[in-house]
Design a protein around this ligand. Structure first.
Ligand code: ADP
Length: 301
């Protein structure tokens, strides 16, 4: 097969591993910087051009689109979908995952376990919102944040009010969430491919920190998931519509709760912690599923 990887940097661990896995299985693979793809969107025959050449003959595309380029990146992916190229994750599902509020609303609608979460726009409503999420301690999150940046623990009601006012003053969208203390600074990253959890790790925050992101100095170890945790991760992936994703779960006193579904999960941490060849599993998923025009939406929606 001929596989495209949409990635800004061929040297990134995840991109390199996907290239290696594709080549090891005799596929032709090309890394394309999504920001260098340009498109004719008017013609009945959609095309993509790259560095002066038209892209043709691709069977599948693996999107590795960073949060900062979601808008243009998903437009490029949509064009591949219109050309009938099989996307590992569809553009519509990636856009859904990138909107934290929308994702949580979708997950809640389908009964996936979530931390108690609130959202408001006006500072006048803060009091009521804090009461709604059962008061401090609580976590305030910037909707646009990634890698733990913009996730703040407010231990008291006063602190919560100040943080919320400050974010609102900066015209940032935020959500306010029950602090799942019993998770003890750990979370579970469940790597889902094609409706199955293929690998999992437990991330632990460094001393004195509650955010377990590896970028925030957290460490990772292999973990055995309960059947309920597995089922939660698989359901979350299905609700968002992602074939390949990382579902982040906290072990709360009211069962597993999903905090995020990541559409471009990194491979380094999970492959190292679990010892699973995740890149190889993604390539097998493509081999089993890639057919021309086999998408749910073909870029619509
Ligand atoms: P980001 O998308 O920036 O990584 P997350 O929502 O995943 O933001 O939060 C970052 C980290 O903070 C999580 O990995 C988790 O360890 C911790 N965390 C997030 N939400 C909560 C919460 N409601 N209760 C306890 N810890 C949380």
């Amino acid at each position: 097969m001929k596989i495209a990887i949409l990635s800004r940097d061929a040297k990134l661990y995840s991109t390199r591993r996907l290239m290696e896995a594709a080549r090891a299985n005799d596929h032709e693979v090309q890394v394309l910087d999504p920001l260098r793809c340009y498109m004719n969107i008017t013609s009945a025959k959609p095309t993509i051009h790259y560095k002066g050449k038209e892209l043709t003959g691709f069977d599948a595309v693996i999107p590795r689109i960073g949060a900062s380029i979601t808008f243009y990146g998903t437009a490029v992916l949509r064009q591949f979908e219109m050309m009938g190229v099989f996307p590992v994750n569809e553009s519509v599902a990636i856009s859904r995952a990138r909107d934290k509020l929308r994702s949580l609303q979708l997950l809640s609608r389908k009964g996936v376990g979530l931390p108690v979460t609130g959202f408001a726009h006006s500072p006048d409503d803060i009091d009521d919102l804090l009461a709604e999420v059962q008061g401090a301690p609580l976590v305030v999150k910037l909707l646009e944040g990634t890698q733990g940046v913009g996730v703040v623990l407010a231990e008291t009601r006063k602190a919560a009010e100040s943080v919320i006012q400050a974010f609102m003053g900066l015209r940032q969208n935020i959500l306010v969430q029950e602090f799942v203390k019993e998770a003890g600074g750990t979370d579970l990253r469940c790597f889902v491919i094609g409706g199955k959890v293929v690998a999992a790790m437990q991330r632990r925050a460094k001393e004195g920190e509650f955010r377990s992101n590896l970028h925030r100095g957290g460490s990772a170890e292999p973990v055995k998931l309960t059947p309920q945790e597995r089922a939660t991760a698989v359901k979350a992936a299905k609700v968002i519509g992602l074939n390949v994703c990382g579902v982040d779960i906290l072990r709360s006193s009211h069962g597993p709760v999903v905090i995020e579904v990541n559409a471009s999960p990194g491979l380094e941490g999970i492959e190292t912690a679990s010892g699973v060849d995740v890149a190889g599993r993604i390539v097998s998923f493509i081999e089993q599923n890639a057919r021309p025009h086999r998408t749910q939406t073909r870029g619509k929606g």
